[in-house]
Each structure stands twice: as C-alpha cells, then as structure tokens.
Design a binder for this molecule. Sequence first.
Ligand SMILES: [Cu+2]
Length: 460
Amino acid sequence: MISRRNLIGGSAILASAAAVSGRVQAAAIPEVVTSTSPAMAPPLTPTSGPAYQPVVTLNGWTLPWRMNGDWKEFHLVAEPVVREMAPGMKAHLWGYNGQSPGPTLEFVEGDKVRIFVTNKLPEHTTVHWHGMLVPNGMDGVGGLTQPHIKPGQTFVYEFAVRKSGTFMYHPHSDEMVQMAMGMMGFIVVHPRDPNLHRVDRDFVFLMSTYDIDPGTYLPKVTTMTEFNMWTWNSRVFPGIDPLVVRQGDRVRIRMGNLTMTNHPIHMHGPSFAVTGTDGGWVPESARWPEVTTDIPVGGMRAVEFVADEPGDWALHCHKSHHTMNAMGHDVKNFIGAPQRDLTKAIRKLMPDYMPMGSAGMAEMGAMEMPMPDNTLPMMTGYGQFGPIEMGGMFSVVKVREGLARDDYKDPGPYKNPPGTVAFAVESGAPEAPRQSSAPSRPGDIDVTVVKPGKTNHSNH
Ligand SMILES: [Cu+2]
C-alpha cells in the first residue's frame, strides 16, 4: 500500500541539486514514500527518536522519516493525485505523496526537523506550517519569506519544533487554486513527555470542500461558496472511516478546517471538552462540556471524551447541507404533490428525469436514481435499520467492549441489548391533531426536470 521510490536519477538529480540548500547534498535527499490507498493506515509507532503515542489519520497515513544525525528528515512531494472520495467517485486533485490530503507529519517537541519539498506540480508552490512557531524564513509564504518553489525544484525547510499541539500544512502560493485542489495536511507535535495529554486513541482529519459537477472529475477552483463535496480528509460518507474505539478509552479527535466556511461538528452520545486549538493546549480550568464545537475557517479543535457508553454514535457537521453529496440546487419543494404516475410517462421523453420529494426527500435515500458516471447519491448509506440518508461530513464513533489496543477494524453494526431500541407501536395510538393542509390535485403539479448538471448549493 505504501511504496517507496527514489527520486534521484538522471537529470532530476541536477535539477534538484541546484535548488537544494548548500548545507544539504542533493544525493542525501530522502527517498519518497507514497501511498495512494484511501484505507486507514495503522498508527505509525516511532522506531527512532523519542517515544510517543501515534495518531490515526482517517482514510490516511503518517509519513515515515529517517534520522540523519540528530535531524528527522521528511520528504514531501507536491503532485497531482487521484483521490477516491467514496466508492463510485474519484476526484482529480493536487496533494502530496500520492494523496490529498497529504500524509500526516508527526513530530515531537524538541525535534529538529528537515523537510524536503519537491514540486511536481505544473506551477510553483510553497509549504506553510500553519500554527507552528518557526524562523520567519521557514514560514513558507511565497514572495514574502522565500522564493516560490518552481516546478521541478526541491526546497528544504529546517526548524526546531518548539511546542506540542496540532497544526496544519498547506501552500502559501496561488493559495486559492492549490487549496481548492486539495493541497493540505496535518501536523501533530507530541509532547516530549509521552504521559502528558496522553489518550488511548487519537484520531485526526482535515476538512476540505470541493465544487465538482456530477459526472466530472476536476474541482472548480474559483468557487467561493457554492461547494458540493463536503469532505473529511477528501472523503465523504459513506467513504469516511468509522472511529473505532474500545469502551472505556480516552479518545481525542483533532479536526482542522481548511474550507471557506465554519463547521459545527456534533457528536452523539458522550459529551466532550475542547482540549486544544491550533494555538496550543487549552488549560484544564478553561474547559467545559459540549456536544457540538464550531470549527472556524483556518482553525483546529481537538476534543476529548471518555468512551464509556457502547454503541454507534454519529459524528457529523450540524449544517444539514454539509451531510449531503452533490445535489440539485434548484430542486423545488414537492411535498404533498403525488408524482408517481407522471414519472413513467415523463421518463419516456426524458430518461434522466428524477421525481423529487412528494413526501420529503427521504425516499431518495432508498431510491436507485439514474446518475451520471462518477457521481455519488445526494443522500446514501445503509445501516442495520435502513437507509441512513447522509453524505458529506458524516461518520460514526463505534464504541465496543473489549477491543484490542490497536484494533481499528470496523466492528460492524452495534448489537443493541434487547429492549433498548426505539420501536413501533402496533395500533391504538391516539391520532395527534394535525394541521390542515390543502390536498394537492394532479393539475397542480409543477413538472420540473432536475438536471444533475448544475447542482451546487450554497451554505446557509
Ligand atoms: Cu459543515
């Protein structure tokens, strides 16, 4: 799954050699480690440098390093990638080392790190270490603190890691395009003392958004608000890994937001406390319980809870449009209009016609609708009790008894103890008084063809 390739060879040597800092020989550029799989890699236990409890990246991985004296050396390659957002849909993005987002970088407070950045994009780039205190000339702002890294060049960033916490990396070079194309990654800096802020499971994901017309592969890079793919680590439900947790574990979830709107992330079940931002750790005396935390644009929130209650607990953005995939923006409200009879007739003329929502849109969760290639249903996913009717920024915290320490495998649906699931009553329930509404007549039906062509929707 994770492969290594050596970038050194042929004329590439000379091209990179010229750009590499005098202190570093080109021949010493670390090999490139790449992964193109959307499967979650197991936590990368450090085999060199100080010990720490590694994190787990949803649908992602941590970049291995090598020691060179007392320097930890990493090699990031900025390059075009193909990312499966969920089975059935792939996006052509830009990222690092085979993926968008790029691999997670894990450092330890006090580490000296040297990060090689090779640019294999068709335009220049830089890397900015969001939230980290680095020498100004290592801050990665193209034009301001360094020359841009031209295509084919390799630059080196060197700095001592001064504080622990959760940070992000992204370009500061043609930012609008490069971030809209998926260029970003997480940085986790572990405390020098591995017992400080220790948890049993530590998950990370980055939020990014894309505007990809159904049936196409490339995000539109000038979109500012009309996104239609709301992703965690460039994945959408049902493609996002569940967060598998052993009952009793202390759990941390670190969530970064590099989209252009805020995301109120809500967890069902246990309450949590915000224990960190991209500015650092929140002192214990300043924490309070929450079940939703709003993650601002360009911000990160780390939340912690004890998973004492077993079950399948939803974790999602509470903006309901963000738990949907590409959808019809101009869908009219058909609640109350019987369309079933018409659909057959209309489909003879227009095979793409989709009847929408005579009684709400829930029926779409179960319906097989004709769809262009490379397009995900607007609301989808199945649970043990039926369609889940979600998309976008939605996953499940799966708390189970007696899992092994490093077991992150999806345990399947929760087996609820008998008598603890909401149930239907057979009959005899008193009819609640209803608001009267005018019955709709066939003549009233507004026939609208929902074309999946222009299907963005805005934030509300
Ligand atoms: Cu959201």
